[in-house]
Design a binder for this molecule. Sequence first.
Ligand SMILES: Nc1ncnc2c1ncn2[C@@H]1O[C@H](COP(=O)(O)OP(=O)(O)O)[C@@H](O)[C@H]1O
Ligand SMILES: [Mg+2]
Ligand SMILES: [Zn+2]
Length: 248
Amino acid sequence: MNAMSPMRFDIQELTEVCTKHRITMSKYRGRVFCKQCEDEVLKRGWSEHSSTLIQTVREKHFCGAKLPARHAQSGFKEYIAANNGQQNAKQQCVNFTKDFKAGINRNLIMVGRTGTGKTHLACAVARNVLETLKYARYVTSEDMANEIANAWTKADDSEASAIFRFTDCDLLILDEYGLHDRHENRLQLVHKVLYARYDAGKPTMLISNMTMASLEKDLGDRLWSRFQHDGLTVVECNWADQRAGGGV
Ligand SMILES: Nc1ncnc2c1ncn2[C@@H]1O[C@H](COP(=O)(O)OP(=O)(O)O)[C@@H](O)[C@H]1O
Ligand SMILES: [Mg+2]
Ligand SMILES: [Zn+2]
């Protein structure tokens, strides 16, 4: 006797019909079932499993992004566009997000006074990027420089790995550029990340209180020209401080 044959006849077709699917029921090892019902349960189980998985990944990416706690509620919807400058700033950030999602990897520079909502808009961009399960990371240039500079003090870290971490994310938001890290060596570490991201073709959002002219000078010709690859968006926020009740 063929060793395979008993297996084939293990499933018995019954005359009983599934009330839902109007097909004959089957019997396997004493268990009576409808093949289509069984199929639906499996599919539902899989889709529940995959949506839990997606949720877990999204939460992990949100945690990893390290958005500032005070901007937990900063989205595009919460950003008030009361003047032309604000309307333009918001629109440029919305466009940047759309392009990012479409795979266009250009950079964005946002400069301007304190309190004009630069970090707010950056977090709104990050949140929309994270929703698509991409990996965004927020960091101030001071914190990033410190993390890279101190990497060698940890047994399982190095300057190269720290630079890689900031290069690996799909979108890097580098806030408060040039505010605290005027130290030449620290600035060089920040520039190393910017070069590495250019080489990897990954977009960066650079935010600063500096003027465009001094930012350009600070980055230097080589980095400045690289920063413009695939088109660069520049957003200038120079209206009164929102926190001081300005904005007009
Ligand atoms: N146009 C705006 N609409 C709503 N809230 C704003 C706006 N501009 C600034 N804010 C709020 O003001 C505060 C300061 O903004 P922030 O993004 O930290 O400014 P910046 O980074 O430019 O110094 C934040 O709480 C932010 O949510
Ligand atoms: Mg800020
Ligand atoms: Zn059925």
